[in-house]
Write a protein that binds this ligand. Sequence first.
Ligand SMILES: CC(C)(COP(=O)(O)OP(=O)(O)OC[C@H]1O[C@@H](n2cnc3c(N)ncnc32)[C@H](O)[C@@H]1OP(=O)(O)O)[C@@H](O)C(=O)NCCC(=O)NCCS
Length: 156
Amino acid sequence: MIRPMEARDLDRVVAIEEVSYVKPWPERLFAEELDLDSRRYFVMEEGPGIVGYAGLMLGADEAHVITLAVHPERRGHGYGAELLWTLFEQARTAGAQHLTLEVRASNHPARSLYQRFGFEEAGVRKGYYGDDDAVIMFAHDIDSEHYASRPGARNG
Ligand SMILES: CC(C)(COP(=O)(O)OP(=O)(O)OC[C@H]1O[C@@H](n2cnc3c(N)ncnc32)[C@H](O)[C@@H]1OP(=O)(O)O)[C@@H](O)C(=O)NCCC(=O)NCCS
């Protein structure tokens, strides 16, 4: 089940953050983000626990994927795709036409997931992460019929 992230989730979110990112966000930063009107954060629950989360920043006609992570032991089951699809729905509902993100060049699972959803590479920021380049990706016209049929589904 996917639902909006709440402050009470943050200890479990940060536990996943710390095993998912080289430079993890501290709890304080998530708490500040949750207070911002332009942000939408979600968690995925499995039984009593949280197994993943995702965050979106809404702009005028463009939305930005801020974060997406699944607990290492629960990866490869389509949870990342479910969370990403939730961000697409939120962005479309808010009137965005494009969804964009940056991903580490070496992050093949994430790049593969994004390509499956129709993201295209728009450029590279050399050394963006210090030890790695950032690939800038865009999904265009997310309000089109193409995205109404959920192109990222494995059976879609
Ligand atoms: C990216 C991430 C959220 C994907 O979560 P997930 O639940 O495994 O997602 P899915 O099960 O939908 O699989 C996504 C893709 O990763 C692939 N994958 C999953 N585990 C993998 C692994 N250990 N090695 C290589 N590829 C893997 C899947 O095969 C799938 O590829 P496909 O789209 O070509 O079929 C997860 O790997 C993660 O949390 N990574 C660390 C944080 C991160 O890098 N976030 C993205 C920042 S831009």
